[in-house]
Every structure is written in structure tokens, then in C-alpha cells.
Design a protein around this ligand. Structure first.
Ligand SMILES: NC(=O)c1ccc[n+]([C@@H]2O[C@H](COP(=O)([O-])OP(=O)(O)OC[C@H]3O[C@@H](n4cnc5c(N)ncnc54)[C@H](O)[C@@H]3O)[C@@H](O)[C@H]2O)c1
Length: 435
């Protein structure tokens, strides 16, 4: 059985660890965050991901999955080491590679035999070569090792499913030596005929940025169409259906909303554009995607004010804080920008999210905004309700109950969940986007 160490136990590392254990390898998940590892050792998940609980339990019980903060031990124990630490956005827009560099240094210092080092973190072109150089510079005993790029494409909220059923697996290598072992790691996917794209390190690194930038561009595009539909009185929902029927376009990622967020699209588009500019090859489309997404968030606040007038002293019940449904992740959520702008203009905010409340409380304290217990508690005495995340439980609200709890009757549905006619029949002043 293969012994795999996964360094970094966040959304990607934890999913990778659990997923690879489920494929049959013995996995040790490693992290410097003691609290996370303690929690996992008690059988509790530090993040919310549908379906992860059960897989965690099964694989721990089967003896294939352990958790530790002893990184050196884990590196020495493993034959294959996955790097899944964070690569957040630095101030200059670039990817902050400090955690990757520290990890590479520790791997170099800890080597005790041949290992394969697999980079799952999203990293700019050239980083895997840098990882190899760092490991080499600390590899006093000159053990052999290979560095492999294996970017991850999972979606938060569907992380487990995506890891077990990927559209493709991308593997970048500079040498064919590690390929057989990697095929073994992903054997169940090989047997299921998942496409494997074997390429060089640089192409593999760039595939990840190109994928995220393309998806971000698609979202920004449909949001622009929604803004235009609003202006000219057309219907973006029907437009998206018609567009999506064209096989060359496809129907996914054509849902207008308050602007894309999350831990990937914003930072990855930023990192790619800064990197490309540095190389003298600016990416106009991706740069404009970032700008267009900022305009979408401004447009949302503009729409609210267009309907209500000044927001100072008005009470808002915000439903949904996570950057999308089925996750507790609030990183770069459009809700942050929109709420902060409303606060700056003197609005009073009460907010609720089924999963992201803990993360929200790290962003705003109780003096800045208040937090509702549920949807109905959140909209009590509100002048306006604003839906920002498309949680299923917001699709079936008891609208008469909402209406009677409110002080004024503004209902902003920025995920286009409800129908205007129905909402107006309930006496609400309804606004959505692009319809
Ligand atoms: N979240 C996603 O949907 C997603 C999807 C695909 C790829 N990615 C990429 O995967 C990488 C990880 O993303 P994430 O969302 O899982 O991040 P995360 O912030 O949820 O997790 C990162 C983990 O790394 C740990 N860590 C940081 N420095 C460390 C170190 N020196 N040694 C050991 N552990 C360390 C942190 O404690 C944390 O638990 C990023 O490069 C990201 O761009 C993320």
C-alpha cells in the first residue's frame, strides 16, 4: 500500500487526503494548525463540505487515514508528499508562495530516501522548478526525488464528489520516472477511464490558472449581460438558457449573481494577470474580467439605492454570506464588499447564513452588524431583505411571514430565485438582476 503525506489540511488538502485514502492508500494529513489537527483527531471536520463526514469516518476506521502536526515525521514516513498549503493573494496581487517555500525547505531537510513531491496548491508558472531548487539546496545527503505538478479543480461545496469524479487529472512532470507511482495513486480513476493529461510542469501550472480565469470570465460575461438586460428591459434568464443550448458555449456558469468571489477566482485571476504583465504579455481579457466583477458588486449597491434612495438608517436583513451555497467559505465573498459599502453609507445590517456564521464573525463583530438566528429572525423589522447566496433553504421562504415581519417591503433577490409577479402579489417591492 502506498504511503502518502498531505501537507496542508484545508479545503483541498483535507479533500485530497480523505479522497486518496478512499482510493486505498494510507494517508497522513499534516498541518501546522494544531487546533485543526486536534479537531480531526477527535473525528470532527474543521470545514463544512457535504459528504465529507462519512468518508472521514470510514477511512479513519479502516486505518488508512491519520492526522498529525509532526511534519518531519510525516515527510519521512511517506513515499509521496502532496503539497496543499494555501497560496493566498499577496498585496501586489501575486500569489504568496511563502507557505510553499517553507514546505519545500522542510521537505529538503527531512528527506530520508527517494520521494515524489506533488504540488496540488495553485502556483504560478515556474514554481515547481523553484520547489525542486529549494528541496535540492537543503538535501544534504543528496537523496533522489521528483517534483510533480498536479493541480486541483474541485469546487467547494462539491469537493468530495469532484475529487472522486474529476473531469480530468492533470499531471505535469519533467521526467517520466514518477508516473507509474502516480498512476497507482489514482488507480481507481484510471480504471474509470477519467482522462489523464500528462504534460510538462509549466503547462500543468498554467492549465489551472487558465481554467479558473476562463470560468471567472464566463461569470463576469453573464453578469455584464444581466446589467445590460436590466438597462434595456431584456431577460437574462432566457438569454442564458438560449446561450447555453449552444454546445460551443455550454449552460454551466451562466448564472448571474452579485459577482464572483471565493478563495480561487479572485486571487487566481489577479496572480495570472500580474504574472503575465511581468512577462511582458498582458492578458487584457482576464484583466477586464477582474474589473468587470468589481463593477458588478458596485451595480448591486447601486440597484439597492436606485430603488430605496439613501440607505442611511435603513435596516437590511441579509440572507447569505458565503460566496456560494453549500460552503462555509467567505473568502472574497461579494457579500463582504456589498455589506461594507452599505455600512459605510450608514445602513444597519442583520445577516444570516446557514453555514458561514462562524467565518462571518471573524470579519464583523457584533458592534458592526448583528447576526440572525434564522431567516425570519434576520428580517424582523427590516426595511429590505437582500438575498446574496443561493442556499436551497432560501428558495422556499414563507414569503407572507417575511412580509409581515418587515418594516418596509423591499426584497432584493440577487440570485434570481423568485418570480417578480408572485412577489409583487405578496405586496413586496421586488428587484432581481437582469430580468
Ligand atoms: N479551495 C478551493 O476550492 C481550491 C480548489 C482548487 C485549488 N485550490 C488551491 O489549493 C491550495 C489550498 O487551498 P485551500 O482552499 O485548501 O486553502 P486553506 O487555506 O483552506 O488551507 C491551507 C492549509 O494549509 C495549512 N498551512 C499553511 N502553511 C503551512 C505550512 N507551512 N505547513 C503545513 N501546513 C500549512 C493551513 O494551516 C491550512 O490548513 C491553494 O493553492 C488554492 O489556490 C483551492
Amino acid at each position: 500500500m502506498l504511503k502518502i503525506g498531505v501537507i496542508g489540511t484545508g479545503y483541498v488538502g483535507l479533500t485530497t487526503g480523505i479522497g486518496l485514502a478512499n482510493f486505498g492508500s494510507t494517508v497522513m494529513c499534516l498541518d501546522i494548525n494544531n487546533e485543526k489537527i486536534q479537531q480531526l483527531n477527535l473525528g470532527a471536520l474543521p470545514i463544512y463540505e457535504p459528504g465529507m463526514d462519512e468518508l472521514l469516518r470510514d477511512n479513519v476506521k479502516a486505518g488508512r487515514l491519520t492526522f498529525s502536526t509532526d511534519l518531519t515525521f510525516g515527510i519521512q514516513w511517506a513515499q509521496i508528499i502532496f503539497i496543499a498549503v494555501g497560496t493566498p493573494q499577496a498585496e501586489n496581487g501575486k500569489a504568496d508562495l511563502s507557505a510553499v517555500e517553507k514546505t519545500a525547505e522542510l521537505i529538503g531537510k527531512s528527506l530520508n530516501g527517494y520521494k515524489i513531491v506533488v504540488t496540488k496548491s495553485t502556483v504560478p508558472v515556474g514554481t515547481n522548478e523553484m520547489i525542486r531548487a529549494i528541496i535540492d539546496s537543503f538535501n544534504a545527503n543528496e537523496y533522489e526525488f521528483d517534483v510533480v505538478s498536479n493541480p486541483e479543480f474541485l469546487r467547494e461545496g462539491k469537493a468530495v464528489y469532484d475529487f472522486l469524479h474529476p473531469d480530468r487529472v492533470v499531471i505535469g512532470v519533467s521526467h517520466p520516472r514518477p508516473l507509474d507511482m502516480l498512476k497507482q495513486v489514482y488507480r481507481p480513476l484510471y480504471l474509470n477511464e477519467v482522462p489523464f493529461i500528462i504534460t510538462d510542469l509549466r503547462t500543468s501550472e498554467l492549465i489551472k490558472y487558465a481554467s479558473n480565469s476562463f470560468l471567472a470570465m464566463k461569470v463576469a460575461f453573464i453578469n455584464e449581460m444581466a446589467r445590460l438586460c436590466d438597462t434595456v428591459g431584456a431577460n437574462v434568464q432566457q438569454l442564458a438558457i438560449a446561450l447555453g443550448k449552444d454546445g460551443r458555449i455550454g449552460s454551466k456558469f451562466l448564472h448571474p449573481g452579485p459577482g464572483f468571489g471565493g478563495s480561487c477566482f479572485p486571487k487566481d485571476t489577479a496572480a495570472l494577470t500580474v504574472f503575465a504583465r511581468e512577462k511582458g504579455m498582458p492578458l487584457g481579457l482576464v484583466e477586464e474580467t477582474i474589473a468587470s466583477n468589481s463593477r458588478q458588486k458596485e451595480f448591486i449597491v447601486h440597484k439597492i439605492k436606485g430603488r430605496m434612495g439613501a440607505v442611511s438608517g435603513r435596516r437590511f436583513g441579509i440572507l447569505g454570506l458565503a460566496f456560494k451555497s453549500e460552503t462555509d467559505d467567505m473568502r472574497e465573498s461579494a457579500a463582504i464588499t456589498i455589506i461594507d459599502q452599505l455600512l459605510r453609507e450608514g445602513a444597519m445590517i442583520r445577516a444570516y447564513d446557514p453555514r458561514a456564521m462562524e467565518n462571518a464573525k471573524k470579519i464583523w463583530d457584533n458592534h458592526q452588524i448583528s447576526f440572525g438566528r434564522d431567516e425570519y429572525d434576520t428580517v424582523q423589522d427590516a426595511d429590505a431583505v437582500v438575498i446574496l447566496t443561493e442556499w436551497n433553504q432560501f428558495r422556499n421562504l414563507d414569503i407572507p411571514r417575511i412580509k409581515s415581519a418587515m418594516r418596509e417591503s423591499y426584497f432584493f433577490d440577487f440570485r434570481n430565485i423568485y418570480r417578480r409577479k408572485q412577489m409583487e402579489e405578496y405586496g413586496l417591492i421586488y428587484e432581481c438582476i437582469g430580468r
